[in-house]
Design a protein around this ligand. Structure first.
Ligand SMILES: NC(=O)c1ccc[n+]([C@@H]2O[C@H](COP(=O)([O-])OP(=O)(O)OC[C@H]3O[C@@H](n4cnc5c(N)ncnc54)[C@H](O)[C@@H]3O)[C@@H](O)[C@H]2O)c1
Ligand SMILES: O=c1ccn([C@@H]2O[C@H](COP(=O)(O)OP(=O)(O)O[C@H]3O[C@H](CO)[C@@H](O)[C@H](O)[C@H]3O)[C@@H](O)[C@H]2O)c(=O)[nH]1
Length: 465
């Protein structure tokens, strides 16, 4: 087993940035270089003002402050990074394909292939290549085929090391990972590569939490973990609809079933629907893979998790329209939150985007407040859907940095992200600002129903009648 002294990570995103920062922190003898083709992103990672890092993640800037320039470097010189490293992580984005075969379901592996070709072109010495991105099962085969045909006699070991961090808690998840998964060939050189990567993680994690498997199990386990997690959210969300019809309370049901140690209490918070860059993409990918092996029933089983999530988002928007007397045209609705969950500035697949889109179709006037998401991102998210002219998005939707003033003459507030600060607002003052009856639609089950009702609000909370 070789001790690694130089690591390169291709992709300075939500995974590459935090993961490599933690490796640099915990392995001071390893030089870690994170490279990316996006020069603007690299400039942000190198910004003297740590509040300008491209990613907001609690605890991240402190780690970057400690390591950057010592053993952590960010660079747009991808070739140099590859050339110098003994171990290369590929942590580029693998979104759902928007074109061609598998459009709307399969993972787009264009970036992965570009990385493999780049490594093949630049490498002069043997290297360990680590798949950090989430990839369809058997992708390592493609990588191997590209890398083994360079004709330069360079030997590559390919490992799968999927990342399980969740945004908003990424640093804590990395520092205290439940497990690290390392898949590799069951040959002597494959075993040595797996041990080298284990050695990196053993700097801060107990050995028994580092699981070694074959490559295919590792690749598939990542998709399956996300599918199981998302399935829990869709399951409890399906019950939230039933609770609203039956006077049951979804939180009480979740608590009651969660006490069963076989079920467990985590990931049973009913919400306006799951978002984020991973759950939908990875389930669609699983569905596509199942279909491509002719496993139609398996594909349909998992597809239902997405169908239920779309239903939950649609149901939330439709409830706003029907409660506001079947028309929201010209009515001011304030959105609290745009990020897909609290403590991140990431908005990919956020439920807020789809709820806003549905209300804009009904010509609502929306004002959005999110403590970490920029105006530019909010408009980009809406424009990307292509539902209407970008000009109309800007006419119908405004972005504010003043959450309390924004409620002046509003008909309703919709809570789309569970930011803690919303709980501390002066809701009496907000009530006074609003038109009456004043409606609040709590898509995150953040506020207390009785307290809101006693102020005078017409309060709707997911999963309660
Ligand atoms: N975001 C998460 O919480 C999370 C968690 C676990 C796993 N994952 C997986 O990790 C992977 C990365 O996700 P992310 O959220 O960090 O994506 P991201 O979009 O934030 O970052 C990816 C980066 O890769 C860069 N890139 C793309 N192609 C490149 C190339 N050929 N050469 C150099 N740079 C290139 C992009 O410019 C971008 O900055 C995905 O496969 C995702 O499914 C994400
Ligand atoms: O009980 C719950 C838990 C989550 N959510 C929502 O589900 C989405 C995803 O949340 P979370 O899983 O916490 O964040 P992600 O950053 O998307 O992390 C998931 O996706 C990552 C990318 O693959 C994986 O690495 C993580 O293990 C996996 O949790 C968010 O919109 C949450 O609001 C709920 O509605 N109810």
């Amino acid at each position: 087993m070789k001790k690694i002294s130089k690591i390169c990570c291709i992709g300075a995103g939500y995974v590459g940035g935090p993961t490599m920062s933690v490796i640099a922190l915990k392995c001071p003898e390893i030089q870690v270089t994170v490279v990316d083709l996006n020069e603007k992103r690299i400039a942000q990672w190198n910004d003297d003002n740590l509040d300008n890092l491209p990613i907001y993640e609690p605890g991240l800037k402190e780690i970057v402050a400690e390591t950057r320039g010592k053993n952590l470097f960010f660079s747009s010189d991808v070739d140099k990074g590859i050339d110098e490293a003994e171990m290369i992580f590929i942590s580029v984005n693998t979104p759902t394909k928007t074109y061609g075969k598998g459009k709307g379901q399969a993972a787009d592996l264009k970036n992965i292939e570009l990385c493999a070709r780049n490594i093949a072109k630049v490498a002069k010495e043997d290297k360990i290549v680590v798949e950090k991105s989430t990839l369809p099962v058997r992708t390592a085969e493609t990588l191997k085929s590209i890398l083994d045909n360079t004709g330069k006699g360079v030997k590559f070991e390919i490992l799968s090391n999927p990342e399980f961090l969740a945004e908003g808690t990424a640093i804590d998840d990395l520092l205290n990972a439940d497990r690290v998964l390392i898949g590799g060939d069951e040959t002597p050189s494959g075993q040595a590569a797996k041990d080298s990567l284990s050695w990196v993680y053993e700097h801060w994690l107990p050995k028994e939490r580092i699981l070694q498997t074959n490559v295919w199990s590792s690749e598939l386990s990542k998709l399956v973990a996300n599918a199981f997690l998302a399935q829990r959210v869709s399951s409890i969300n399906s019950i939230s609809a039933l609770c609203e019809k039956t006077d049951a309370n979804v939180a009480e049901v979740a608590r009651a079933i969660g006490f069963d140690s076989r079920i467990g209490s985590k990931f049973l918070n009913s919400s306006v629907g799951f978002g984020g860059s991973c759950f939908q993409k990875d389930i669609l990918n699983l569905v596509y893979i199942a279909k491509s092996f002719g496993l139609q029933e398996v594909a349909e089983y998992w597809e239902q998790v997405i169908i239920m999530n779309d239903y939950q988002k649609r149901r939330f928007a439709e409830n706003i329209v029907s409660t506001l007397y079947n028309t929201v045209s010209g009515k001011k609705i304030v959105f609290y939150g745009w990020a897909f969950k609290k403590d991140t500035n990431d908005t990919r697949e956020s439920a807020a985007i789809y709820v806003a889109d549905a209300l804009l179709e009904e010509k609502a006037q929306i004002v959005v407040y999110d403590p970490k998401v920029s105006e530019e991102t909010i408009y980009a998210d809406l424009d990307y859907l292509g539902t209407r002219d970008p000009k109309e998005n800007r006419e119908l939707l405004q972005v504010t940095k003043a959450p309390i003033e924004a409620t002046k003459d509003a008909h309703a507030i919709a809570i789309l992200t569970e930011w803690d600060e919303f709980k501390t607002y002066d809701w009496k003052k907000i009530y006074a600002n609003m038109l009456k009856p004043a409606f609040v639609f709590d898509g995150r089950r953040l506020l207390d129903k009785d307290a809101m009702a006693s102020i005078g609000f017409k309060f709707y909370k997911i999963g309660e009648s």
